[in-house]
Write a protein that binds this ligand. Structure first.
Ligand SMILES: [Zn+2]
Length: 281
């Protein structure tokens, strides 16, 4: 209720009632200030994508590997709360272990992260986590906080119907901001817990999320600072995320065992070998 009043007041103060307003978050049901339309969100992501991808060494140039990542992503997109989004999943060449979601539904995992995993449910977990950042609009809300609402509203206004120069400027600004955007504690825990629900609905053993978080933890223990991507530098600590994910799994209907082998592990390992060969690692 408090959030609703904050929203209403903020909309009046900004006189942006026609451009946006208060909406209910499709995943959590909480009220939030929402200044940009779906079309603007998609256009901003589309404009930012080429620069953003270049920043992480571009897409892996192998249609079999891209189709594999897309196929897992499609299962998660199919259970999303925000079906009006066209989710697009891709694998990037960067060696730094990381994963990202741009506004509008482009979701990426790096080769550096995929090669550290051992089965498909871990990959489904990371794609589920990033799908929540789009479905729950964490990235748009995060940009709103990072850039300020006026700046983001102004960029959103230019991205559709602006001059070519203005549209390009929007792409550069969004790509730069997304590359350094770090989500808050609450967003990360939400992405883990709803990500667990999405992957379970998509047919995966939810313990894939716990396994993924253990991979992230071993990386942050082992790697030199600066070599690890934003997904691993998050607050809260990974150990806390692991405990929270286990609690979410305990509350899920059905029986889930951390000891059950992933029936898709062999398919995953085949793809991992292909990826290493493709990149010459
Ligand atoms: Zn995240």
């Amino acid at each position: 209720m408090k959030t609703f009043y904050y929203c209403a007041l903020a909309v009046v103060a900004l006189s942006l009632a026609s451009a946006g307003g208060c909406s209910r978050n499709p995943v959590t049901g909480k009220m939030q200030l929402d200044l940009i339309s779906l079309d603007q969100e998609v256009a901003m992501g589309d404009q930012a994508a080429p620069e953003f991808e270049a920043e992480f060494d571009d897409k892996v140039n192998n249609p079999v590997l891209q189709a594999y990542v897309r196929e897992i992503g499609a299962k998660l997109a199919a259970v999303s709360h925000r079906r009006e989004i066209t989710y697009r999943y891709a694998l990037l060449r960067s060696k730094t272990p990381n994963a990202f979601a741009l506004p509008g539904g482009r979701i990426y995992v790096t080769a550096g992260l995929m090669t550290r995993m051992t089965n498909e449910r871990q990959l489904a977990a990371v794609l589920g986590h990033e799908t929540i950042h789009v479905a729950a609009e964490h990235n748009v809300q995060g940009l709103q906080k990072q850039m300020g609402v006026e700046m983001l509203a102004s960029l959103a206004g230019k991205v559709i119907g602006g001059t070519a120069g203005e549209v390009a400027e929007v792409g550069t600004k969004i790509a730069g901001s997304m590359a350094v955007l770090s989500y808050g504690r609450e967003d990360e825990l939400e992405a883990d817990s709803y990500g667990v629900r999405y992957m379970t609905k998509a047919g995966y053993n939810p313990y894939g999320m716990v396994e993924l978080l253990a991979v992230l933890q071993s990386l942050s223990d082992a790697e030199e600072p600066g070599r690890i991507g934003a997904m691993m530098q998050s607050h809260p600590l990974t150990s806390e995320r692991i405990e929270e994910a286990k609690e979410t799994i305990d509350d899920l209907p059905g029986e889930h065992s951390p000891r059950a082998a992933d029936p898709r592990a062999a398919a995953f390992l085949g793809m991992r070998t292909l990826l290493r060969r493709e990149l010459g690692w």
